[in-house]
Design a protein around this ligand. Structure first.
Ligand code: ZN
Length: 69
């Protein structure tokens, strides 16, 4: 099996930028809505890993791990 490293890296970069934007908006106190259920997303910084935050909605359809470091 051949891995498409280039596509993988692009996907990773896009996800990384998206996460950075989410973090920026949430840290400014802006409200972001879940794309699935339109409930506000919450940032949880009290996870086990201190370098990661968890962004999730009440229903759980959105659950994104963000790198904080
Ligand atoms: Zn949701």
């Amino acid at each position: 099996m051949k891995l498409d490293i280039d596509a993988f890296n692009k996907k990773r970069a896009a996800a990384f930028n998206q996460h950075k934007n989410i973090l920026k908006k949430l840290s400014k106190g802006q409200t972001l809505l879940c794309e699935q259920c339109n409930k506000p997303l919450q940032l949880d910084l009290n996870g086990k890993d201190k370098n990661k935050g968890l962004v999730s909605c009440v229903k759980g359809c959105t659950s994104i791990e963000l790198e904080l470091g």
